[in-house]
Ligand binder design. Structure first.
Ligand SMILES: [Mg+2]
Length: 363
């Protein structure tokens, strides 16, 4: 199955501030050149009703939402990554094999778990959707198919909050009427080229002579397009170990400069992060903190060690030192505090953790 979170950045913003849920929400990448220069990254479905789409200029989006009580927000990558980690931990726990393909989507091979039964897979998908909803207040769309290609197209079939199951014997009927652009790998140029050949639907492509496809698109693509149009795909779901960091951020009960109340919170965050790294048998060389001050300015500090940390007390101690130093540099109060570990490496057994701490070098 492919699990894809709906309008992810904008939905993440809605979980942070539920009062914007019933308004158009537009998450933007501001280029900084002038107040409204830049482009829309993600819009929620209410904003989409007004014609706001990913990629359009911000000023155009504002025009479409003129006289509407709309919310425009800048992208907050650290926040989305933090939520993404929580999503992926949930998804991973339900998969025989797991492959994250984006910040908000992943393939789950559930063949063994479901005994290859599509009805069992449907129940599992519904349970995953419910878990994402109750634990993270996020909706998702899931596609289930006999392979990754079909699962992906199925997930795109019904959004938001969709669940589409395509069993092996349904593949041809499902694919055949779809526009050919729905196939992975058929971009705008290829689609236009195919249209000049009279290929508009995936069904048209399936009927097209494979030798002709090869002569037009080359051997690799020609064969791929032919196979894909028939729903053939045998690529395995494969774990890619490319997680680069783990982070947690939390809002303090009240704005404060008091180190012990800050550490009380960050020690919890350290423990959460440490448990995740432990579970995945990873250790880390870089420890960072982030602070949102009461003037809403965002600050980060980090320290990289020569050898990896695999001990939560050491993590807490480094975080403490980073905060001590940071608080000595500002007179403002902290509003939100975060901890991040990066520079991840697979754990090795004979590790001397404590020496790594004394070799600490600030950066
Ligand atoms: Mg998505």
């Amino acid at each position: 199955m492919l699990v894809d979170l709906d309008y992810f950045y904008a939905q993440a913003e809605e979980t942070r501030n539920p009062s914007i849920r019933d308004k158009p929400v537009v998450v933007c990448v501001y280029s900084g050149r002038s107040e409204d220069s830049g482009a829309v990254s993600t819009a929620n479905y209410i904003a989409r009703k007004y014609g706001v789409r990913s990629g359009i200029p911000i000023f155009q989006a504002k025009k479409k939402l003129e006289n509407v009580n709309a919310v425009f927000l800048p992208v907050d990558d650290a926040f989305y990554e933090e939520i993404s980690e929580r999503i992926m931990a949930i998804l991973r726990s339900h998969a025989d094999r797991f492959e994250q393909t984006g910040i908000d989507e992943a393939f789950l091979d559930v063949t063994e778990k479901t005994g290859g039964d599509f009805q069992e897979a449907k129940k599992l998908a519904q349970a995953i959707k419910n878990e994402l909803k109750t634990r993270l207040a996020l909706t998702s769309s899931i596609g289930i198919g006999p392979n990754k290609l079909i699962a992906k197209i199925a997930a795109d079939n019904q959004k938001p909050d969709g669940l589409t199951i395509i069993e092996s014997e349904q593949v041809e009927a499902f694919l055949s009427p779809l526009p050919v652009g729905r196939l992975i790998g058929v971009g705008t140029k290829t689609r236009e080229k195919m249209q000049t050949l009279g290929i508009n639907t995936i069904g048209d492509l399936a009927k097209y002579d494979v030798q002709k496809l090869i002569s037009i698109f080359g051997k690799v693509l020609g064969v791929y397009f032919h196979d894909a149009s028939l729903g053939l795909d045998d690529a395995p779901v494969q774990e890619k170990n490319e997680v680069e960091s783990f982070s947690r951020i939390s809002t303090l009960k009240e704005d404060t400069r008091d180190l012990s109340s800050i550490l009380e919170r960050t020690n919890q965050l350290c423990n959460e992060i440490y448990n995740v790294t432990l579970q995945q048998k990873l250790v880390f060389k870089t420890v960072g903190i982030s602070v949102v001050l009461n003037d809403m300015s965002v600050h980060t500090r980090s320290r990289t060690l020569e050898t990896p940390v695999d001990n939560v007390e050491v993590l807490e101690e480094i975080v403490k030192e980073l905060f001590e130093k940071f608080l000595s540099e500002t007179v403002l109060e902290a509003r939100r505090v975060g901890v991040k570990v990066s520079n991840l490496v697979k754990e090795q057994k004979s590790q001397k953790q404590i020496t790594s701490f004394f070799n600490a070098t600030p950066n």
